[in-house]
Design a protein around this ligand. Sequence first.
Ligand SMILES: Cc1ncc(COP(=O)(O)O)c(C=O)c1O
Length: 357
Amino acid sequence: MRKYNFFAGPSTLPVEVLEELKENMVDYKGMGMSLIETSHRSKEYDEVHNDAVGLVKELLGLPDNYKVIFLGGGATLQFTMVPSNLMIGSRTADYTLTGSWAKKAYDDAAKLGNAVVAYDGKENKYTELPSNVSLSEDSSYLHITSNETIGGLQWKNFPDTGDVPLVADMSSDILSRPLPVEKFGMIYAGAQKNLGPAGATLAIIRDDLLERSSDDLTAYLNYSIHADKNSLYNTPPVFSIYAVMLVLKRLKALGGLDVVEKMNREKADLIYNVIDSSKGFYKCPVQRENRSLMNIVFTMENEDFEKDFVSKASAIGMVGLKGHRSVGGCRASVYNSMPIEGAKALADFMKDFAAGK
Ligand SMILES: Cc1ncc(COP(=O)(O)O)c(C=O)c1O
């Protein structure tokens, strides 16, 4: 039996995609070898690669002045690459501290330049997002984390930054909803939540920002080199990009990001509704308007209940519900590929569990 996988990442993938990978693993479309054995410059891989790039552009409706690149190193490498490439002049950039991932991005940037805390959610224990953010005078960019995977917060409206580029780590909500892409100078995301298996990192960069990459940067760290070479400067993570392409094809077949968002809202509502109607048995610490549709966090009155919950859910095939070790509680990650049946099963189980206590 296939389990419902609520892990925060790597996370569940569509079963059709896994089947297609299996079918083509040994002999890719009659080539007599696997795609992961062939050259990344072969015509077979080239097609997969360009399809993946094209589908990102199509799904997001990207204007022509944005480049799509695939990199390795996870979103974590972007914590270094973003300041290395995009900090200019006085090397000042603004960062919003909205949770654990934002803090990691900030910490790396602070080692490379003048990273300024434009917002710190410490006072509200990282349960709220700001409605707007004021920027430093000579800011190179504003960095936000569109969805905090651990804290369960998600930006619904993005700050207005005028001429200052907005840069977003979208690792845990990329392609989960339509986006006002023109508001962003750059978007990046590790693949392993909404896009596919770990390995590839997606980066979307506006052309004018590529001009900021200094020739002094070592090659791999330089966005402009990756963009010029269509992400083939070195060997890209071919298996991950292949799987990402299949996931994107499925999103397109579902009807695009409007439909995907509707499905995500439906799944999240099922679970939040149980929390809100549980008369305080389950509590979501996040301010209502900032609740994530991807990572739903909740607590119970004591840790024993939470442990019992996680273990009973696991026994009936719902895994990955333990909250992150840094915050405790429970967390249900319901990314794009979680079927509605999984969200329904969890909501029903939550009701039964509360009734039994
Ligand atoms: C929002 C966010 N940013 C960055 C990361 C780090 O990503 P990676 O493991 O791809 O480096 C994660 C991983 O969970 C994340 O959720």
